[in-house]
Design a binder for this molecule. Structure first.
Ligand code: ZN
Length: 155
């Protein structure tokens, strides 16, 4: 029951906290077409700007994609849409605080591994594989040294 109600709750919360409005505004300004998605998530298709480099990204309950809504709604992309929908859930909880928190998480992930996603808490919670991120990027040498020193001190 709770699981079935979550998409509606998520849609209401992202509307109330303004993040879906920001997504719609972004789509409007960039002339990206809004289409109906699934489970209360909207899809803005045909994103043309070079950043971010990903095939899709999410702002509130709006999943913005370079491809078409049909492409994203295809069964082959169910995992990717689920990943982006989990980001909408993160927006529902955090509201506009999502942005600074997400960028801190990106910075940490990049400093630790050289990948924006694989040590990023938000991407891990949304599912690394579903989002097309590698799971097994090794830590950078400096961080491995710090960890080794810590575990030696602990022993
Ligand atoms: Zn993601």
């Amino acid at each position: 029951m709770a699981a079935r109600r979550w998409p509606l709750t998520r849609t209401v919360l992202t509307a109330a906290n303004g993040t879906t409005g920001a997504g719609l505004l972004l789509a409007m300004v960039t002339r990206t077409r809004i289409r109906r998605g699934r489970d209360g998530v909207l899809i803005a298709e045909g994103w043309r700007l070079p950043i971010p480099p990903a095939a899709c990204f999410t702002v509130g309950s709006v999943v913005i994609t370079r491809r078409s809504a049909e492409w994203l709604l295809h069964d082959d992309r169910a995992a990717l849409l689920a990943h982006e929908s989990r980001h909408a859930g993160q927006y529902a909880v955090l509201g506009p605080l999502f942005w600074p928190a997400y960028w801190v998480a990106c910075g940490w992930s990049y400093a630790a591994t050289g990948s924006w996603g694989c040590r990023n808490w938000f991407e891990r919670q949304a599912g690394l594989t579903d989002g097309g991120y590698p799971e097994d990027v090794p830590l950078r040498p400096w961080l491995r040294r710090v960890r080794r020193r810590r575990s030696r001190r602990g022993a």
